[in-house]
Design a protein around this ligand. Structure first.
Ligand code: HEC
Length: 94
C-alpha cells in the first residue's frame, strides 16, 4: 500500500514537470516583441515553451512541426510571425 502511494506521488509530481509547460520559469527578453508573440502564439495548446529547452537546430525542426499543428487547428500564423518567433528562439536557444 505504501509503495502504491509513492508511485502515485511520483506520477503526480513528475507529470506536470515533464510536459512542455515551464511557464513558472522566467523567460528571456521579458517585455520584448519576440516574447510577446511567443506568449500569444505558442501557449494556445500547451504551456509556454522555454527557449532553453532546445538548440537552434532543434527549434527549426520543432517550428516546422508546430506550424503543421497550427494549420490543423486553423490558427492564423503568418510567415512574419514565424520569423520573429524563430529569431527569438534562436537568440535564446540552448
Ligand atoms: C495547434 C496547437 C499548437 C500550437 C499553437 C503550438 N504547439 Fe507546440 N505542441 C503541440 C502538440 C500537439 C505537441 C506534442 C507533440 C506533437 O504531437 O507534435 C507540441 C509539442 C511542443 C513542444 C514539446 C517538444 C519537447 O519535448 O520539447 C515544444 C517545445 C513546442 N510544442 C513548442 C511550440 C512553439 C515554440 C510554438 C509556437 C510557435 C508551439 N509549440 C505552438 C501543439 C501546438
Amino acid at each position: 500500500m505504501r509503495k502504491l502511494f509513492y508511485i502515485l506521488c511520483l506520477i503526480l509530481f513528475l507529470g506536470p514537470l515533464s510536459c512542455a509547460s515551464v511557464s513558472h520559469q522566467s523567460m528571456p527578453e521579458e517585455g520584448s516583441a519576440g516574447l510577446a508573440l511567443v506568449k500569444q502564439k505558442c501557449a494556445v495548446c500547451h504551456g509556454l515553451p522555454h527557449p532553453k529547452r532546445h538548440t537552434a537546430h532543434e527549434w527549426d525542426h520543432l517550428l516546422v512541426l508546430m506550424t503543421e499543428r497550427m494549420k490543423e487547428k486553423q490558427i492564423p500564423y503568418t510567415s512574419d510571425e514565424m520569423q520573429q518567433i524563430q529569431s527569438y528562439l534562436h537568440r535564446n536557444a540552448r
